[in-house]
Design a protein around this ligand. Sequence first.
Ligand SMILES: [Zn+2]
Ligand SMILES: [Zn+2]
Length: 238
Amino acid sequence: MNELGIWLVGTLFFIVRYALIAGLFYGVFYVWREKKFLATKIQQKVPTRGQINSEILYSLSTLVIYGLGIWLFLFWIQNGKTKLYGNIGDYGVLYFLCSIVIMIVLHDTYFYWTHRLIHHRSIFKYVHLTHHRFSNPTPWAAFAFHPFEAIISLGIIPIILFLIPYHQWALIIFITFLTVYNAIIHLGYPIPYLTLSTYQNTGNDHNLHHRGVGANYGLYFNIWDKLMGTYRKFDEDW
Ligand SMILES: [Zn+2]
Ligand SMILES: [Zn+2]
């Protein structure tokens, strides 16, 4: 497959995965069972069609940029520069599973600190304000970033590729988990039975972040927020 083909197939794969995951959450909570769940919505106002279209357009532009990233990553992978290994048996199933957890922990750290950076007052309005335009987000906002933020968020991939031995399926599972988790924290509804620990970043926490309270910068966990004093517990008054 030539380079254009790789970009097209990769980008299409990202878009289909995003559409299925965000579409499933949106379909259940905003269309199919809206009446059943509406009373539990974190913010009662219903997002406009214009907002949702904008969330989708920005997310698609991010996924096109992610598709372009594949070119660079494949160049490194095909030239043997990364720590890719071919058979799960090379490191065993236990390591395969641990490597996914390591990717999530690394990503949470990368996300927290880059997120703090793009909240700096000298950068915020040029880059991250795009994502914060959606103060009452839906799952479609999962990747609704300014193009520069899309590039920053892609930075976690080379960190993983060069730092830890990884199997291609571990990477694919990690990125799919990331997409699901991103849809959940932008859902606009809490899903209490998915909160397994008090160290988890929840839909309530991230919804509060979208309202510009200057807290809750984490992605999967609130550990960095708690360590750095930027955690704010959600309560019903918000
Ligand atoms: Zn933010
Ligand atoms: Zn967000």
